[in-house]
Design a protein around this ligand. Sequence first.
Ligand code: BMA
Length: 376
Amino acid sequence: MAHGHSEQVPFVVRPSGRSGPGYGLKPALRAGALFTRCPANPIVTPGLFPWRMATVFNPGALYEDGRFFLYERAAGSLRPFICSIGMLESEDGVRFRHVSDQPVFTPEMAGSKHGSVQDPRVVRIGDTCYMTFAFRPYAWCCNPTGLGVPESHQPDIPGVRFTPEENQTRSGIAVSRDRVHWEFVAWATPPELDDRDVILFPEKISGRFAILRRPLKFVGTDTAHGADLPAIRISFSDDLRTWTEPEVVALPEQPWEGNRIGGSTPPIRTPAGWLVLYHGVEDLHPPTRRVVYRLGAMLLDLADPRRVLARTRRPIMEPEAYYERFGLLIPNVIFPTGNVVKDGLLWLYYGVCDTAIALATVPLDELLAHLLAERP
Ligand code: BMA
């Protein structure tokens, strides 16, 4: 992939300062200098193939056999905003090339040629790779407004009738033996729930598959769901098809999580617990729906991941670099969906402003030390 910067900063060497001045946040809210942004950011940008001409973002990631793999969410147009999943590979984790000139997973493979498959998270368990993805049967149309946040509306598809209720986001699971050829296997969530940020743990827990999830409507005092805001929940399954009722793992607690929280990248096993990176969304200006997406971290008990052992109070990363602060669709969004741990370094792959893909790294032990120091 082309990437457009000529700064000669050696990437894995940590620069002494931070990458930008923030954007008017109070200093107390600003994230620490934990992560080092890749100077080549954004490392993956739109173009090249018709199905990815408009935007690429929110990628799943794997590191295997000495190579990095990314599974990008890609769209060829905004109207309709049909998203498919493209696959890239790299030796150095920074310069990626496509494995195929076609998407490796499409809405049609999930059951609807008018649909959209989004935000893949990829893990390997044994000899199988699993991709969890968000899905809409009929891709929305997206209109940039110039105000920063786009208008989205249901598409008008000749000969096709559906209600908005029939076009909620649900989340599915696809599998692959060779990382390239994928096959839909099951839905993890029901059609009516608006449930995304579904992420498989990279191993079974007490013999069962486990997912993090974020059912949007499990809120309100008139329900038995125990939350006022959308939260991170967990379900278990023997067969990927039948899942236990979502149980709360973590609720929004801080002002920067004031709209909702959801899981970001697949949990990482550490001696201290499952390391889970998650996003917090804060409303900046409700009349225009302006929001900001930041990153937090928590540790879950290895044997019982319903138990939170530690959690950051302040964000560990937030939009700072120019490419995180504006883009084609929505400003002030960092949206990690892929991580790789290699030689003690965590490589975080994240969508920026629903427009391109960026990379930042952090030594895993520094992140864990930071998280444990914030333990309540
Ligand atoms: C979330 C998801 C993500 C997206 C983010 C910012 O709700 O739709 O796919 O990156 O919003 O628009």
